[in-house]
Design a protein around this ligand. Structure first.
Ligand code: ADP
Ligand code: MG
Length: 357
């Protein structure tokens, strides 16, 4: 549905979107993740025809499109965007939602059932007569979403749709987004810096760092098989080591870093410079006999640091290389470990991902 071809956006002689080539398929939920200031909103605005890229080509359903600056633009009419900080007009909820329809020349009698239906879809049936500016943050966000979907867009663009909401309200919004996609077949492109949301909601994800599209893939590919060190860092991979390939056979590549050998299920990367990564969640710690584990990598070491990390404890183990493991509180209690304890870090070969740097 969307094809961006070498799209660059320059503001005041600075490239904030750099040579991005990207396709979004009809019917998918595509997530754009990346740090703040990396160009996510700009990319959404380009897709929404609010911004005209400085260079590159944008095709929508196979035709080259560009901003005409006119509201009547037929392609523009097929999309709606929910901005990160939506503005509510000082009017009723109904009027706020019906606004886009009014601009499109839909008369009041025709607007009413569409507005009602949109309210129902966001779970706010009966809210029509309330003053929009008296709503809670979560309600206002749902009204803003209703305002975007009331025109039945083929493409819905959402800029950090849950950034300012509490986790429970965020889940409600996510459910609405998923339903719009599954039941109405709406193609959805959303930006988020909530990694968990990206993982939970999206069919595919593009990682944008400093204006560059670094990687596109399924959530599993992005979070477990990052293609570069910046992506690995951004998606929260704790264990990243530069090293070299010793040898490779079917299903097992041996990698060496600082004198430590790791077995990986990844194929040998084409590049000379290679790094290995694995998530801290994929490391188990064993006390004493490691005979029962099926993990191919068993690295003895000593705990050098333990610190709280959200619901987990981050445990750093010096095994020649410093390996970080995330353990639950109960696991830490069961193992009765503390700083200085001798443990064996166990990592499955399938969890060790190799990539060229
Ligand atoms: P994100 O949404 O990922 O936080 P943005 O797309 O909003 O990033 O911004 C990317 C960069 O472009 C930022 O450094 C921002 O300051 C800059 N930028 C965005 N819009 C404009 C503009 N209209 N004029 C100049 N610079 C801008
Ligand atoms: Mg933004």
């Amino acid at each position: 549905m969307i094809e961006l071809d070498h799209v660059t956006m320059t503001y005041e002689s600075r490239d904030v979107v750099k040579d991005i080539t990207l396709q979004v398929k009809k019917g998918e939920i595509f997530g754009i993740i990346g740090p703040s200031g990396s160009g996510k909103t700009t990319l959404l605005k380009i897709i929404n025809l609010i911004e005209k890229p400085s260079s590159g080509r944008y095709r929508f359903d196979g035709s080259v499109v560009f901003r005409t600056g006119k509201g009547a633009d037929p392609v523009g009419r097929r999309m709606a965007m929910l901005f990160q900080k939506p503005v509510m007009f000082n009017a009723s909820v109904d009027d706020n939602i019906g606004m886009g329809l009014r601009f499109r020349g839909v008369r009041e009698a025709g607007r009413y059932p569409l507005v009602e239906q949109a309210l129902q879809e966001v779970g706010l049936a009966g809210y029509g007569q309330r003053k929009a500016r008296t709503l809670s943050g979560g309600e206002a966000q749902r009204v803003a979403l209703a305002r975007a979907i009331v025109i039945s867009p083929d493409l819905l663009l959402l800029d950090e749709p849950t950034a300012n909401l509490d986790p429970k309200t965020a889940v409600v919004i996510e459910e609405i987004i998923r339903r719009l996609n599954r039941e109405k077949g709406m193609t959805i492109v959303l930006s988020t810096h909530d990694l968990v949301q990206g993982q939970r909601l999206c069919d595919r994800i593009g990682v944008v760092i400093d204006g560059q599209l670094c990687q596109v893939g399924t959530p599993v590919e992005i979070f477990h098989m990052p293609g570069s060190t910046p992506v690995a860092h951004y998606v929260g991979v704790e264990n990243i080591f530069n090293g070299r390939i010793i040898d490779a056979s079917a299903g097992c590549t041996r990698f060496e870093t600082q004198g430590v050998v790791l077995m990986s299920g990844s194929e040998r990367p084409a590049s000379q410079e290679v790094a290995a990564s694995f998530r801290a969640e994929d490391v188990t710690l064993i006390i004493g006999d490691a005979g029962k584990t099926s993990a191919r990598n068993l690295l003895p070491g000593k705990i050098v640091e333990m610190s709280p990390y959200g619901p987990f404890t981050a445990v750093k183990v010096d095994c020649g290389i410093t390996i970080t493991a995330f353990l639950t509180r109960t696991t830490v209690e069961d193992l009765a470990i503390s700083k200085g304890s001798s443990v064996t870090a166990a990592i499955k070969a399938t969890a060790v991902h190799l990539f060229g740097t």
